[in-house]
Design a protein around this ligand. Structure first.
Ligand SMILES: Cc1cc2nc3c(=O)[nH]c(=O)nc-3n(C[C@H](O)[C@H](O)[C@H](O)COP(=O)(O)OP(=O)(O)OC[C@H]3O[C@@H](n4cnc5c(N)ncnc54)[C@H](O)[C@@H]3O)c2cc1C
Length: 411
């Protein structure tokens, strides 16, 4: 089939490559380069332990405190609140024990064994050097804070996610850490991509080398006849398609609506601060849950990523949030100086109220499929999404149950 994939982020490229490996003729559209969207600046965590949705019971008690802290983990621009309100309302309604549990199981299915699910793509693209499996280290300053999270780790263990509890050995594993960190957990099943943009460039180059096309065009619209997309419209003309995959990340809402599915999708803005040439090389990503900062040594520098900001997709970045991440980073690694050379980045997580992506056949066109809304786990879940989408295109059984990701679940 001639398959057109809209969007060359992690999700679009994993779909494109998987489809090509199954023999389809794939064209991918993106006005930006491969991996230039949210995928570009994330810290590369391939995190099989990220299985909990953001909307969990009790979240409404934590939100006010976060909002009062100007550099806290969550910010809402008050001007954006009217547009955000319906999403927020659904978010709060998702925070029941039953819904949070259902979302947990669906996130587990999407992310389970992610490094192994990536393996065939990495082999096809000769990109094994861009994925490392040394686990992730979760660090705590006190036994009490570590214990406070014990129940969530018992839940993960019940779902097959291993974690090794550690005492002061955390400092042997990562000697650059502040000695105030006294304990932690090592999650061996997690992996790391040291340069997500380069991985996507590698995927795109492979796609082209194997006969696919990457066109620097935006998909403006779809031409639908007799319940099928006949072509994807771009400024350079129509591209005929036997199947279409919508993977435009946080920008997917308008085309999804054209395909008959009204989906609450927000641009949940996140930031990174990256320190160049600081001399600290972490052996694996480090996450401090108290600080809500994820630190990872990338091929380009030491990256601190995090924060969630709801301000709309088009408002100017608030670089104080990236600076705040750097300040948190310095509290983790005291050898960092105030005057380090840092670069800052802001990206748009494509986020749904229940933290689950939208994957499935569109309502208006039988040959169009959605693959967006991966929120905090888009890099981790992209390879499995590629497998699901390839199964949908082939009308074959999905590797995981599809109901939790149904595009019409918000109707
Ligand atoms: C600070 C931060 C930290 C993160 N950390 C992690 C992490 O450690 N692990 C993890 O798994 N995830 C992480 N994420 C989430 C992850 O980055 C995203 O979920 C993922 O990148 C989404 O991929 P995507 O392909 O859906 O979207 P994107 O990467 O945004 O790609 C979408 C592409 O679609 C293109 N596009 C838009 N409109 C059109 C159109 N009309 N036509 C054609 N193309 C179009 C855009 O140009 C873009 O290139 C993080 C995100 C942030 C912001």
């Amino acid at each position: 089939m001639r398959v057109v994939v809209v969007g060359a982020g992690a999700v679009g490229l994993c779909c494109a490559l998987t489809l090509q490996m199954q023999g389809h003729d794939v064209t991918i559209l993106d006005p930006a380069g491969p991996g230039e969207g949210a995928t570009m600046g994330n810290p590369g965590g391939i995190s099989v332990s990220s299985i909990f949705p953001t909307a969990v019971p009790g979240i409404h008690r934590k939100v006010p405190g976060w909002l009062l802290d100007p550099l806290g983990p969550l910010a809402i621009h008050w001007r954006h609140l009217p547009a955000l309100a319906p999403w927020l309302w659904r978010f709060l309604r998702s925070a029941t024990p039953a819904r949070a549990e259902a979302a947990t199981l669906a996130l587990r299915a999407l992310t389970a064994d992610a490094p192994a699910v990536y393996a065939p793509l990495l082999a096809y693209a000769d990109a094994a050097d861009l994925m490392r499996q040394d686990g992730h280290l979760i660090v705590y300053r006190s036994i009490a804070t570590m214990e406070a999270e014990a129940a969530s780790w018992r839940r993960r263990a019940a779902l097959g996610i291993e974690a090794t509890p550690l005492g002061p050995e955390v400092l042997d594993l990562e000697p650059a850490l502040d000695p105030a960190f006294r304990c932690g957990r090592l999650v061996p099943g997690n992996a790391h991509c040291p340069d997500p943009r380069r991985l996507m460039q590698r995927f795109a180059a492979t796609l082209e080398r194997q006969g696919g096309r990457l066109l620097r065009q935006a998909a403006h619209d779809v031409a639908i006849t007799d319940g099928r997309v006949a072509a994807v419209r771009t400024e350079a003309g129509d591209i005929q398609a036997d199947a279409v995959i919508l993977a435009a990340g946080a920008h997917s809402r308008r085309l999804a609506a054209r395909l008959g599915d009204r989906v609450p999708l927000e641009a949940e803005r996140g930031y990174h601060a990256e320190v160049q040439n600081c001399g600290i090389r972490l052996r694996r990503p480090v996450f401090s849950t108290a600080d809500k900062v994820f630190a990872a040594s990338m091929d380009t520098g030491l990256r601190f990523a995090g924060t969630a900001e709801f301000a709309g997709a088009d408002t100017a970045p608030d670089w104080r949030r990236a600076d705040g991440l750097f300040a948190l980073g310095r509290s983790l690694f005291p050898a960092l100086r105030q005057d380090e050379t840092i670069t800052r980045w802001m990206g748009l997580r494509p986020s749904t109220p229940d933290s689950l992506p939208v994957i499935g056949r569109s309502r208006r066109a039988a040959n169009a499929f959605h693959a967006f809304g991966h929120g905090h786990v888009g890099l981790t879940g992209a390879a499995m999404t590629g497998r699901i989408v390839a199964a949908l295109v082939a009308d074959a059984p999905s590797p995981v149950p599809l109901a939790p990701y149904a595009p019409d679940r918000f109707a």
